[in-house]
Design a protein around this ligand. Structure first.
Ligand SMILES: Cc1ncc(COP(=O)(O)O)c(C=O)c1O
Length: 388
């Protein structure tokens, strides 16, 4: 995979000095935190964007049949899902869609079930719309994360619980939920008449022969479901693409469509349309190169961490690793400050994903193997000098 040679000069959030200063207390850090990639995008996507810009005209645009055809084929080939264009709404971001779903399918004070440690924005957006966070923390057993189904069943039955929001693959711990687990999740949602929202933004990034299953596979058993996804993570297009909200149930979708139209959401962005269409039709070989590069980075990290007190929860998906510092530190803030200051590497503190993530750190591995090895060696060295 080719690294983007201009990465240092781009105005990227992950390296914005004032952001680094406010979060990490210093700006001279090597960023391994925000989940975007340092790889150059697939050349067919880049060429398609350049060609579209060369056309020199940007009137109001619609998605042509070629777009839907490419999207349908992608879903069918990779996931065996027959995606109909009518089932998809377009929204500026996944977090926009989740917030709107929550606002429409629950009332203030209602409970939204989540599985921390999980994508920080879940908590933030639930609080913003004044709903209640109902926690069903993941269990870590034999270094693998699992759903706590017993706890989930109890919390799903609470009178105020209205929505079950899952993340698959699960950011930040890199777990890809298997078909059996998802079947149980769907059954619990059905038994309690909950709206099941599945955030599947990381669906295409599965590692070490792990297979991704969408909750869309269960739509014939229970269709009070909404899938939020995009190709932003897969193809390093976080700064460019829209996201998709897939709703198999006609009534539910019709209702959301009205809500989207109220805010005039879902208009076609020409560059986003072109990037997505090129990704669906020609991005496969780039992705086929990406996945082994990520696997190699995971293996290198595992190798570097052998015989050290730092643990690694090997990811099944996503381009992040979840590092375990529980044997070294007792206080999560102290861990974050010490590792940041001593290593010069900017990682996400695990407790940002909920206190269940305390004493872990998330590291982005979507860059060169050399850079990943350099960073993990700095982290190892930093930890080796720590004493209470
Ligand atoms: C699970 C998950 N959902 C959503 C997002 C962000 O999506 P968007 O920018 O479309 O809101 C991220 C970004 O890291 C994520 O990890």
């Amino acid at each position: 995979m080719k690294i983007d040679p201009n990465i240092k000069d781009l105005p990227l959030t992950k390296s914005k000095p004032t952001t680094l200063e406010s979060i990490f207390g210093k700006s001279d850090l090597i960023p391994f935190w925000v989940a975007d990639m340092e790889f150059q995008i697939a050349s067919p996507i880049q060429k398609a964007l350049i060609n579209r810009i060369d056309e020199g005209s940007f009137g109001y645009e619609y998605k042509p049949d070629s777009f839907y055809k490419a999207q349908k084929e992608w879903y069918h080939k990779r996931y065996g899902i027959a995606l109909e264009k009518e089932q998809v709404l377009y929204s500026p971001s996944i977090t926009t869609s989740i917030t709107m779903l929550i606002e429409n399918y629950s009332n203030k004070g209602d409970g939204i079930l989540i599985q921390p440690p999980v994508f920080t924005e879940f908590r933030t957006l639930i609080k913003k719309v004044k709903r209640r966070i109902v926690k069903n923390p993941l269990k870590l057993q034999d270094n693998k994360y699992q759903f706590d189904f017993e706890d989930l069943e109890k919390k799903a039955q609470l009178a105020h619980t209205k929505i079950l929001l899952i993340c698959n693959p699960h950011n930040p711990v890199g777990k890809v939920w298997c078909k059996e687990d998802l079947g149980r999740i769907v059954a619990i949602a059905k038994a309690n008449d909950l709206l099941l929202i599945s955030d599947e933004i990381h669906k295409d990034i599965t590692l070490f022969d792990t297979h991704f299953t969408s909750v869309l596979h269960f739509a014939d058993q229970y269709d009070k479901i909404a899938v939020c996804t995009s190709e932003a993570k897969t193809f390093n297009l976080c700064g460019i693409v829209d996201s998709m909200l897939i709703i198999p149930n006609d009534e539910l979708r019709h209702f959301m469509r009205l809500f989207f139209s109220k805010y005039n959401l879902g208009r076609t962005n020409a560059l986003s349309r072109v990037a997505l269409e090129a990704a669906y039709s020609c991005g496969e070989s780039w992705l086929a190169e990406l996945l082994p590069a990520l696997e190699k980075n995971v293996r290198s990290i595992a190798q570097e961490l052998k015989n050290t007190p730092i643990g690694l929860v090997e990811p099944e998906g996503t381009f992040q690793v979840w590092l375990d510092f529980r044997k070294i530190f007792k206080d999560s803030n102290q861990m974050f400050r010490y590792i940041t200051e001593t290593s010069g590497i900017g990682l996400n503190a695990g407790h940002w994903f909920g206190h269940e993530g305390a004493l872990f750190m998330r590291m982005n591995i979507a860059t060169t193997n050399e850079k990943v090895v350099y960073a993990i060696q700095r982290i190892k060295e930093a930890v080796s000098t720590f004493s209470e």
